[in-house]
Design a protein around this ligand. Structure first.
Ligand SMILES: Nc1nc2c(c(=O)[nH]1)N[C@H]1C(S)=C(S)[C@@H](COP(=O)(O)OP(=O)(O)OC[C@H]3O[C@@H](n4cnc5c(N)ncnc54)[C@H](O)[C@@H]3O)O[C@H]1N2
Ligand code: MOO
Length: 401
């Protein structure tokens, strides 16, 4: 059995980075990956403006009790006049600072009577001004190639006036579930059948990462059915994920089907629980990851082994999210020959440290643990881990993104 970290590195490197890029309207770019480093073409803010509703003055004009005639009421979106000596200009948040003004007095710090403003509380010179370029200067690097486009990145580019961005073509992923016992949700079920949950789960996990699901196929446990599915998937997809049929049973035919299709097996079996029978293969120069059929095993393998491969093939700058640490909060101890990835829920103690509570049932078929869990606690192999021990924590918010 291969060491987990070695397997993770080998899977992360198993696919080619993207070579095709395309233009995408900014408002449709969520989940896409930038194909070029972007630099600012505009100072932000583009002009000095007010951070408060108030009055612009020239600080040197102040004297206690002096009344400043209000020369103009300048709303955001209007052009201010040049400030005349001894006057104030009424401003609002976002109004441009008039030429000749160097300070904004917020309206709560004074009073306006008969179109004259009297300052009650003088702020320091330069107060409440947002200066041109204080956020970003023309020429600054804004986002490196490989950035994932989320609301924050899209807001930054919109603030620069971008309407289109150059992104990599979406990674095309094919999913193949296997097993004679499976039927699709919505179908009438016989006693010996179970509903296929891995198909919809894997499709959703892939889409959540911004990749495109080209096919979700199901094959029976026969060479013919598997070969037919691989033929479609290899023609249309960049990456193939299979689920089930990869262990040692007599109908575990996925690996032989790949080999008969001219593929090569790169690795099989990783020292992790759940997820041990995972395999990596290549056919037609495309990576195929064979996930175990148990739903929790497939979910865990996707999060910690497949997601870095997908990020690499998408051209992302960050392929492997950071691993955090938390304290295990448990009534029982854990000790296994394989490294164990417990489904846990992180709750924060009064010191703000994450406490990791394991789900009561940790079997690889316990689907109810999945919506409950916020992540995985990684328990080292052959080591007794008890309540209060600090262990690595894989937060699903990062590992599934
Ligand atoms: N003798 C041994 N038996 C098993 C071993 C072993 O080392 N020696 N490994 C066990 C481990 S660990 C795992 S994990 C499973 C994985 O087996 P497979 O990848 O071959 O998966 P299947 O046998 O096809 O299915 C396992 C389980 O999951 C259910 N399943 C499969 N696909 C779906 C789906 N699409 N939706 C919902 N549920 C699914 C299937 O009915 C089985 O119950 O092997 C152990 N056995
Ligand atoms: O490794 Mo299997 O995934 O324990 O159930």
């Amino acid at each position: 059995m291969l060491d987990f970290d070695v397997a993770q590195s080998r899977l992360a490197a198993a696919g080619k980075p993207p070579s095709i890029s395309e233009s995408c309207p900014l408002h449709e770019a969520r989940g896409r990956i930038l194909a070029q480093t972007l630099f600012a073409t505009l100072d932000l803010p583009p002009a000095d403006n007010s951070a408060m509703d108030g009055y612009a003055i020239n600080y040197a004009d102040y004297a206690p009790g002096r009344r400043f005639p209000v020369q103009q009421r300048c709303f955001a979106g209007e052009q201010p006049q040049a400030l005349q000596q001894g006057n104030a200009i009424r401003l609002f948040t976002g109004s441009l600072i008039p030429e000749g003004a160097d300070t904004v007095v917020m309206q709560e710090d004074g009073i306006e009577i008969d179109n004259q403003f009297e300052i009650r509380q003088l702020p320091p010179k330069g107060s409440h001004m947002r200066l041109r370029g204080e956020d970003i200067r023309t020429g600054d690097q804004m986002l490196p190639k490989g950035s994932l486009m989320r609301a924050a990145e899209m807001a930054l580019l919109a603030s620069q006036g971008y309407a289109e961005v150059t992104v990599y073509a979406r990674l095309k992923v094919g999913i193949l579930t296997t097993g004679d016992e499976l039927i699709q949700p919505g179908q009438p079920r016989a006693n010996q059948q179970i509903y296929n949950s891995n198909g919809t789960m894997l499709a959703s996990l892939v889409q959540n990462m911004g990749a495109s699901v080209v096919h979700v196929l199901h094959a029976m446990d026969t060479q013919e059915s598997l070969q037919a599915a691989f033929s479609t998937l290899l023609a249309d997809c960049d990456l193939i994920l299979t689920a089930g049929g990869v262990s040692v049973g007599e109908k575990d035919l996925v690996k032989p089907a790949i080999e008969q299709y001219g593929g090569t097996l790169d690795l099989w079996r990783v020292c992790m629980k759940p997820g041990k029978p995972v395999a990596l293969a290549h056919a037609h120069a495309k990576p195929i990851v064979c996930l175990p059929g148990n739903p929790v095993s497939a979910f865990a393998v996707f999060a910690v082994l497949v997601s870095p491969l997908i990020r690499g093939m998408q051209g992302r700058a960050q392929i492997t999210p950071d691993v955090q640490y938390g304290r295990l909060a448990t009534v029982k101890s854990f000790n296994d020959k394989r490294e164990e990835f417990l489904r846990v829920r992180a709750e924060f103690n009064a010191q703000g440290q994450p406490l990791l509570k394991p789900y009561a049932q940790q079997g690889s078929g316990i689907i109810s643990s999945l919506p409950w869990a916020t992540g995985f606690a990684r328990i080292p192999a052959n080591t007794v881990v008890r309540d209060g021990d600090v262990v690595p924590y894989y937060d699903l918010q990062h590992w599934l993104a």
